[in-house]
Ligand binder design. Structure first.
Ligand code: PEP
Ligand code: MN
Length: 273
């Protein structure tokens, strides 16, 4: 389906991911480690974020690292860990696909595919994802215009899969004091111009865990449909993105404040059914 063929936006397009709906009245929180590192790390994180009110789990398997010497992810070894932990917790799972050849194994354990910022322009990958039915969480490329982001989404929908969720994760600007620049404008513009739910990734946007709560609350107040947040039991030891990962206690207190903001904007926190 082309973007202009979606029904008019009094009824926003909603995307069901396992037992939750994104883009409806409920606000969705996805949380988990940047990279899956071990059974214990994934399982401890999953149980804790669920208890705090997250309704989906995230975790990287094949990482798109800028430095080829950096940890590249556990790869296939992570697949069984996801199977175990999602069975244990009942949480839906989102993980990044970096190559269409991963789909055969990944489809067994994920409820939504993440397309990372570096792959937003990978049209071969987007087309493949358009030819299957699972939802796609499409991150904005860090130098992409909102229109380019929406057109990337259309690469997926045109193939027959209308289950696209957009994710703002920060853009590259002249500013170097934060990892990227958090662009809340794009959330409003993307929602006004397209039919898709839009969530926000404050962890990658700012790159420092102490600022993740404030940006999360701002996004919720501004009308984002959800958050994806990096959480690690011991962020200081994380094999990727430790600096921006929240520990379990700070994530729990963020969720408590978030509920107050959601109450003010009349949006319930999603609870998996
Ligand atoms: C991630 O989610 O861990 C990630 C690599 O994100 P991005 O593609 O936005 O950099
Ligand atoms: Mn990360």
């Amino acid at each position: 389906m082309k973007i202009n063929e979606f029904p008019s936006q009094t009824t926003r397009h909603r995307v069901r991911v396992k037992n939750i709906e994104i883009g409806g009245p409920d606000f969705v929180v996805i949380a988990g480690p940047c990279s899956i590192e071990s059974r214990e790390q994934l399982s401890t994180t999953a149980q804790a974020v669920k208890k705090s009110g997250a309704s989906m789990l995230r975790g990287g398997i094949w990482k798109m690292r800028t430095n080829p010497q950096s940890f590249q992810g556990l790869g296939n070894e992570a697949i069984d860990l996801i199977r175990e932990v999602t069975a244990q917790t009942g949480l839906g799972m989102v993980a990044e696909i970096t190559d269409p050849r991963q789909m055969d194994v990944l489809h067994q354990v994920v409820d939504a595919y993440q397309v990372g910022a570096r792959n937003m322009y990978n049209y071969a990958l987007l087309k493949e994802l358009g030819h299957q039915k699972k939802p796609v969480l499409l991150k904005r490329g860090f130098s992409a215009l909102v229109d380019e982001w929406l057109k990337a989404a259309e690469y997926i929908t045109i193939g027959g899969n209308s289950n696209v969720i957009l994710c703002e994760r920060g853009i590259r600007t002249f500013e170097t004091s934060t990892r990227y620049t958090f662009d809340l404008n794009s959330v409003l513009v993307a929602k006004a111009k397209g039919p898709f739910p839009v969530i926000v990734d404050p962890s990658h946007a700012v790159g420092m865990r102490e600022f993740v709560p404030q940006l999360s609350l701002a996004a919720a107040a501004a009308g984002a449909d959800g958050l994806i947040i990096e959480v690690h039991p011991i962020p200081e030891t994380a094999l990727s993105d430790g600096r921006q990962s929240m520990n379990l206690t700070s994530f729990d207190s963020l969720m408590k404040t978030l509920e107050k903001v959601l109450l003010a904007v009349d949006r319930p926190l999603a609870r998996p059914q």
